[in-house]
Write a protein that binds this ligand. Sequence first.
Ligand code: ZN
Length: 385
Amino acid sequence: MKRVRSTASSGGSEVREATSVGATFSDGPPLGKLAPSGGSALHEVKSVGAIYRGRFAPSPTGPLHAGSLVAALASWLDARAHGGSWLVRIEDIDTPRCVPGADALILQQLAACGLLPDAPPLYQSQRGPLYQQALDDLIVRGWAYPCACTRQEVAQAYAAQGRPKQAQPPGGAESYTQVSERGGLALAASGQARPRHGERVYPGTCRHGLQGRQARAWRFLTRSPESGSIAHPDTRWHDRRLGGQQQNVEQAVGDFVLQRADGLWAYQLAVVVDDAAQGITDVVRGEDLLDNTARQILLQRALGLPTPRYLHVPLVLGENGEKLSKQNGAAPLAPGQPLASLRQAGELLGLQVAARSVADWLAQAVQQWVAMHTARERAPVKSTL
Ligand SMILES: [Zn+2]
């Protein structure tokens, strides 16, 4: 099949020089205003400009299954429909959960489905110095502070405030209010609410110092260092499918972890650093990650990085109504049947494609995606979702 574009390379100069947003992908607000550069490598990509760059970012904890293929396919289709490039990033920072060889298997499965990245995959496990640099930036700017609390202490401090021990799950009314004309609760309406990176609300115990205790982790300060007692206002953003979103991160999540007590980098920091370093203009991913978006936008702002556009696609639900995942026993894609796998993934995305080869299926799917997502920008993916 015809590749629309294959010019991707991390930090390519054309990305840095581009200054305007292309007219062909107006679905969503303009890209975030760019803060002045801090002069570090993190700020190499000054503007995402008119070039579309998407990515699929799997964790190598096992082979692709029907659910993860939906996210991969949606991000690939959106990139091709916009004449953009598509990258794969292996999110292997949570090393204890990674399965040796899973990355190669995922890349093979993608290739069998005709989903070929435009550049060699990037591995987060090799990017520790970049994450350290970002953390140092945040510390200097007053956006990060050390925390000495154990999990048990966080739970006790939280309970002492008369609040439940667990964070409000995304989908709860406090976390998400859809402010688009469609109304309703974004995650609640989707019938699922299991955060991949949810964590207990941190009550801010160490904001004012460690009181002689030993630092364990680094946290992001969710209220402005200058604002004193005034809570950070709601973070608002636009999801191309779900419409307006908002979250008060301080209330819903608290000061979240940037580097864990065991030294591992937190998902939120790594994603924000890598999306910027790779010049990602459009994040297309599963709805289970919707709850992370506000945290990532706060980090982008604190680091002076651009905010990409977001499109969260529906999840494949298992028989128990929960998101299909390796944790709840989702079967890997059937080997040797890429067309059947693509058909199944395409159906969830509202695609009706009849084709006898992978290449034909993808070519038709791109045309349908253009009609659904770029020609009629406001149209929902599928009215019954
Ligand atoms: Zn603490």
